[in-house]
Design a binder for this molecule. Structure first.
Ligand SMILES: [Zn+2]
Length: 259
């Protein structure tokens, strides 16, 4: 990615089959982003419909990061990249899981406030992220029986975080599987994640491996992340993405089991 002098450190050292995982501060990205001409018209009109300028800026930053990462991985220019969408439920092309037609890469994006996570893989991958909120009330409807029992067994003060661990994992699995309106989060049972860093769950005739990760050093609070894939591939973290010499992502990363 030469356009802005941005360079994800070490991406050339990627091992085959690895899931690449990035965490980016969207406001820092937007601030260090001198040329936004590579963002597609569809992204621009989506941003224009958002009421708050901050939301529009972050949406465009998110789309810009996706294009930069994909272009870097595919060895092409961000401006020439065509990112399509297809809704598996209604067939519309203005929403649904994004993809690059004909390219050997699958990707998933999640964001909460100013922080975004990006996962790229050769095979299906899903990522979800939420900023911890100690006052959060668990949504019982989204939970499986076993998960509800697990949450009830936690001290009251830890139930909000427990719920978010489960919620992010469910979302990651649903996204990896190419979720549709027919998917009900309560059918994805990841209760193990209340006491373990990873779980295996069946959905859509496939078995998904979902990992739980946490990033602690954000001003917004602890960021909870989940990554799901169908191959149990190692996750490789690239935390040092720099734009014009400025460090954009700032992360600490606990050990990830590469089962
Ligand atoms: Zn649709």
């Amino acid at each position: 990615v030469n356009r802005t002098g941005a360079s994800p450190e070490g991406t050339t050292g990627r091992r085959r089959g690895e899931i690449e995982f990035f965490v980016v501060d969207l406001d820092a990205w937007a601030a260090a982003w001198p040329d936004d001409s590579d963002v597609a018209a569809i992204d621009r009109s989506e941003a224009n419909r958002l009421r708050r300028p901050e939301q529009a800026r972050r949406l465009l930053a998110r789309r810009s990061v996706v294009r930069s990462l994909l272009a870097e991985r595919l060895g092409t220019e961000p401006a020439g990249l065509v990112v399509s969408r297809l809704c598996p439920t209604c067939g519309a092309t203005d929403h649904g899981k994004p993809f690059v037609s004909g390219a050997p890469v699958s990707f998933s994006v999640a964001s909460s406030g100013g922080v975004a996570a990006f996962a790229l893989s050769e095979s299906a991958v899903g990522v979800d992220l939420e900023v911890e909120d100690p006052k959060l009330t668990p949504q019982r409807r989204a939970m499986a029986e076993r998960e509800l029992r697990g949450l009830a067994a936690l001290p009251v003060g830890r139930r909000g975080t427990g719920f978010l661990r489960l919620w992010t994992a469910k979302e990651a699995v649903l996204k990896a599987a190419g979720r549709t309106l027919a998917d009900d989060p309560s059918t994805v049972d990841v209760a193990e994640l209340l006491w373990s860093r990873s779980a295996v769950v069946a959905l859509g005739h496939r078995r998904w491996h979902v990992r739980h990760l946490a990033i602690d050093d954000r001003s917004e609070g602890t960021v909870l992340l989940a990554v799901a894939d169908d191959l149990r591939r190692p996750v490789s973290m690239r935390s040092a993405w720099s734009v014009g010499g400025a460090r954009v992502s700032s992360t600490t990363f606990p050990g990830v089991p590469s089962t």
